[in-house]
Design a protein around this ligand. Structure first.
Ligand code: GTP
Ligand code: MG
Length: 256
């Protein structure tokens, strides 16, 4: 049986790069709305330690994971911005907690947090311990935190440090904190490898949501964007949706 695509289907990809408000109502799909919202991201602040973070009353979504897993690149891809978050081939590039506001200028309705990675061998032991404590405190005490995206290079799978992080956040996940594992750099896997690692990590994540993601191939971008939009707008407050300016194509640095 064949299905007829909706009349707006050929325009769907281009719609993601247009101001949402300029589109006819029928073309304001959830993917277009989520992409337009994420594209409003701009730098809010950077904090070397937890007590430097401003207290906020809007939903916050944190990107965590091992050093070099692709957290900053993922934020740049989702927000369709080249250099919003610092991404680099050199591990340990993100050293502070960096916050990015979402929503119309002056009407922040959510915040993304790019966290330094853990597990980078070259970091002195004392610094590693200090950072693990800062992160654990952040994950346990940050009051406006509504969701965590754990990024993981599928070629390494969930490591011991990832498992410790899962243990730290489990009590909050059980009481409603949203949680997603993104298996990054999926462009480096064959389809069979991708399917295999997906099922293994789904088991490790205890039934939590797990997706393949590639900044290079734009795999998983629409689904992840829509999920984050839903986390930040649990009541579906589409009426307050901001407009999006013209989005540039991503051409940041990507692992070869
Ligand atoms: N091929 C490929 N490379 C990627 C992808 N995502 C990220 N990378 C590369 O992986 C490297 C690390 O990316 P970052 O985004 O800086 O990683 P990070 O997790 O923020 O690293 P830290 O800040 O050190 O914790 C960079 O060279 C990126 O270009 C992807 O989807 N595909
Ligand atoms: Mg980073």
């Amino acid at each position: 049986m064949t299905t007829t695509p909706p009349p707006h289907a050929p325009k769907a990809a281009a719609d993601r790069h247009r101001p949402v408000a300029s589109l006819p109502a029928g073309r304001r799909t959830p993917a277009v709305i989520a992409a337009g919202w994420l594209h409003t991201a701009r730098f809010l602040t950077t904090a070397p330690q937890l007590h430097h973070l401003p207290a906020l009353d809007v939903p916050e979504i944190a990107f965590v994971g091992r050093s070099n897993a692709g957290k900053s690149t993922c934020i740049n891809t989702l927000t369709q911005q080249k250099q919003l978050a610092y991404a680099s081939k050199k591990p340990g590039r993100t050293q502070h907690i960096n916050l990015f506001s979402l929503g119309k200028q002056g009407f922040t309705d959510a915040v993304l947090a790019d966290l330094p990675g853990y597990g980078y061998a070259a970091v002195p032991k004392q610094d590693k311990i200090r950072w693990q404590q800062v992160m654990a405190n952040y994950l346990v005490t940050r009051e406006n935190l509504v969701g965590i995206v754990l990024l993981c290079d599928p070629r390494h799978g969930l490591t011991e440090l990832d498992e410790i992080l899962l243990d730290v956040i489990r009590p909050r996940v059980e009481t409603g904190l949203k949680f997603l594992v993104l298996l990054t750099k999926a462009d480096k896997l064959t389809r069979a490898e991708g399917a295999k690692v997906l099922s293994i990590v789904r088991l490790q994540a205890g039934g939590g949501e797990v997706k393949l993601f590639s900044a290079l191939k734009k795999q998983g971008v629409d689904e992840t964007s829509q999920l984050l939009w839903q986390w930040a707008h649990p009541t579906g407050a589409a009426a307050t949706m901001p407009t999006s300016p013209q989005a540039p194509a991503f051409d940041g640095e990507i692992d070869a």
